[in-house]
Design a protein around this ligand. Sequence first.
Ligand SMILES: NC(=O)c1ccc[n+]([C@@H]2O[C@H](COP(=O)([O-])OP(=O)(O)OC[C@H]3O[C@@H](n4cnc5c(N)ncnc54)[C@H](OP(=O)(O)O)[C@@H]3O)[C@@H](O)[C@H]2O)c1
Length: 311
Amino acid sequence: MSLYQLFLSNGPSGFGYGSTADEVTESLSLAGKTLLVTGCNSGLGRETLRVLALRGARVLGTARTLEKAREACQAVGGQAVPLACDLSEPVSVRACAAAVANEGIVLDAILCNAGIMALPKLSCAYGYELQFFTNHIGHFILVTGLLEQLSETGRVVMLSSSAHRMAPKGGVELDNLDGGRGYTGWRAYAQSKFANILFAKELARRFAGTERTANAVHPGVILTGISRHLNPVVRALQGAIVPLFFKTVPQGAATQVYVATHPALAGVSGKYFADCNETSPRPDAEDAAKARELWDVSENIAAATLGGRAA
Ligand SMILES: NC(=O)c1ccc[n+]([C@@H]2O[C@H](COP(=O)([O-])OP(=O)(O)OC[C@H]3O[C@@H](n4cnc5c(N)ncnc54)[C@H](OP(=O)(O)O)[C@@H]3O)[C@@H](O)[C@H]2O)c1
């Protein structure tokens, strides 16, 4: 428990900053449900997989490699199915979606949890900045490739971040997706997390008239492997303030688990959540036209990767 938590009370959902994934699912049975979690081998994804399986769900755990997914699924026990899904490699993402389809699996939720943060140097995949490509395009290809498998009441949960507030003006610089016109690791991370919100918004718009939902969440600030690219001084400072301000991993997994499973959120779509309660993202992340534009651009990028890796 952090010091900060002592000053906070729960929100209208009955849950809040201090709630854990165990607590938000305490009264639930997920028997008969199937949920897919990306990035299941570490941090919030690993805890999410554990709690969903604990409540009786069949979980599909994806990781960059099959070995990592297998190890995480074995640790969880229960009905946990490992799948390889390297989000920076569309061939791997499409193979993952195809494996789910070939087994005829119906998904009750897709939790787009995997992510990378604040890469110090500009890296690209297929000519696009790597955080945008991994955090947004990889999940775009995965989710759009799995829509046929999503149940009639299926939920898509995008792991965004409050860091989306630091995204450039307009949220996503569509004319700088290769990072060539200026790059900083945090700005690029923020942009990718802004894209996660716009994707959830546009997906929610496309789900309108159905019982399917799409939402984005900020999990809180939690000490996990996500900090691996921060410089050692920042990481040392981070370590010092963990007991004051940071959530624990079980608390960090709570919001995504809540949004993916809780009956109170049936039909709630196109929203942004933090601390297990609905809240507002940066105002321009509500821009429906921008969300539609990003969808079109993402579709084109995804299509361009069909031929394999660009030289
Ligand atoms: N922790 C925080 O304070 C915080 C705050 C706001 C938002 N978030 C978001 O929460 C999510 C979970 O992060 P975390 O804190 O649990 O970090 P983490 O422990 O580093 O977990 C990230 C997961 O994403 C996976 N991943 C990275 N690149 C991938 C790729 N190319 N293909 C497939 N999987 C890939 C990692 O796999 P490897 O182990 O193989 O690298 C790992 O399983 C992220 O989307 C992050 O942006 C976290």
